[in-house]
Design a protein around this ligand. Structure first.
Ligand SMILES: *Cc1c(COP(=O)(O)O)cnc(C)c1O
Length: 389
């Protein structure tokens, strides 16, 4: 019987040990032992699924992967030390020299650096379509295109891309559709339902949700995951069992945390939209969001991230940041603590000004990752910072 997402987040668990522990134990071990030579041979020949060495698999990392895969409706998955480990591992395992990627322009800063600085070293080029012109993606497809890539909602612009459209396009041209689902989490959106072949998460963000550990996961089609697993297993960007244990425990509270994040985010976004010192606000479940209808179709709630612009450009933006008292000035997101980020001078500072403006990162733009504090305290801090003279 298939369970609901909230139940999967809690009840997907490894087999109990002889001690019949209730909570998942931590298996902090680099390797596993064998009964005899034959068992060892069979394990290495993969005749039997079992743990050999924690760079390959470990009960804690397997539990985390299984949980994310269950919630995403994926066949299988691989864990990585970080979200970028998952992004790079996915590309490195599936692409050959001479292959081509078609990607949305608006992607996480390090993913952009991967496309522009590192993948070209192996003769892998990327062509971009703007998030508000996804219909132009088809014209970018070449005979050597192998992967169609996007994030939705995007970081940091909070744009929403049409997953069914991308799914259909990938199917029509026989491309592998890879979606970075970090902002939505496996609780709010399951891209595989819309035709994605692979889904990537930076578990560092809402999956941990408390800003403690780094981690990444790629889940999806079994045949593709097999290649990604072999890459991860042989190149060493494996997730530590301790981090996997933390992340799997965190997943148990992901649905309740994300419910609260979303509820508060919608209230804060509405407050900002009405504030005279704010030029614009972007939040997927605000009616003013250009892709509001689409967001409602593919996400169950709007998520925890808001983008907005303070009136008065760079100087006013800087003043706003300097006046924040309670909230954290930091570059992380998806934390129990509300975080205020200035993408133009931090996470996306490596982009040229033109590239930044093309993805909507103006000098006065603020990215707000709504935490779990009381909504009145969050609003009061934002209000006094916006109104400080
Ligand atoms: C943070 C982030 C990543 C990278 O994850 P790390 O765990 O920091 O390596 C990738 N994609 C998105 C959308 C992110 O927000």
């Amino acid at each position: 019987m298939s369970h609901k997402l909230e139940t999967k987040a809690i009840r997907t668990q490894m087999e109990r040990s002889q001690y019949l522990e209730h909570s998942t134990p931590l298996h902090l071990t680099s390797s596993f032992v064998f009964e005899d030579a034959e068992e060892m041979r069979a394990a290495f020949a993969e005749e039997k699924e079992r743990n050999i060495y924690s760079r390959f698999t470990n009960p804690n990392t397997s539990e985390l992967v299984e949980k994310v895969a269950d919630m995403e409706g994926a066949e299988d998955g691989v864990a990585f030390a970080t979200g970028m480990g998952a992004v790079f591992g996915t590309f490195a395992a599936l692409l050959d020299s001479g292959d081509h990627i078609v990607s949305a322009r608006s992607v996480f800063g390090s993913t952009h650096t991967l496309f522009t600085k590192f993948l070209p070293k192996w003769n892998i080029e990327t062509s971009y379509f703007k998030v508000d012109e996804p219909e132009k993606a088809e014209a970018l497809i070449q005979p050597n295109t192998k992967i169609l890539y996007a994030e939705t909602p995007t970081n940091p612009g909070v744009d929403v891309l049409d997953l069914s459209y991308l799914g259909d396009l990938a199917k029509k041209h026989n491309l592998i559709l890879v979606i970075d689902n970090c902002f939505a989490t496996p609780y709010l959106q399951q891209p595989i339902q819309f035709g994605a072949d692979l889904v990537i998460h930076s578990a560092t963000k809402l999956i941990d949700g408390q800003g403690r550990v780094l981690g990444g996961v790629t889940v999806g089609r079994k045949d593709l995951i097999r290649e990604i697993y072999l890459f991860a297993r042989n190149t060493g960007s494996s997730l530590s069992p301790f981090n996997a244990w933390v992340l799997s425990k965190s997943m148990e509270t992901l649905p309740v945390r994300v419910d609260r994040h979303c509820q508060t985010a919608l209230t804060v976004a509405t407050f900002l939209e009405e504030h005279p010192q704010v030029n614009w606000v972007k939040y997927p479940f605000l009616k003013s969001h250009p892709q509001y209808e689409l967001a409602k179709k593919q996400m169950s709630q709007g998520g925890s991230i808001i983008a907005f612009e303070v009136k008065g450009g760079l100087e006013a933006g800087r003043q706003f940041f300097d006046n924040i008292k309670l909230l954290s000035l930091s570059s992380n997101l998806g934390d129990s603590r509300t975080i205020v980020t200035h993408p133009a001078s931090t996470t996306h500072s490596k982009l040229s000004v033109e590239d930044r403006l093309e993805v909507g990162i103006t000098d006065g733009m603020v990215r707000l990752s709504i935490g779990l504090e009381h909504q009145e305290d969050i609003i009061n801090d934002l209000k006094q910072a916006l109104e400080a003279k």
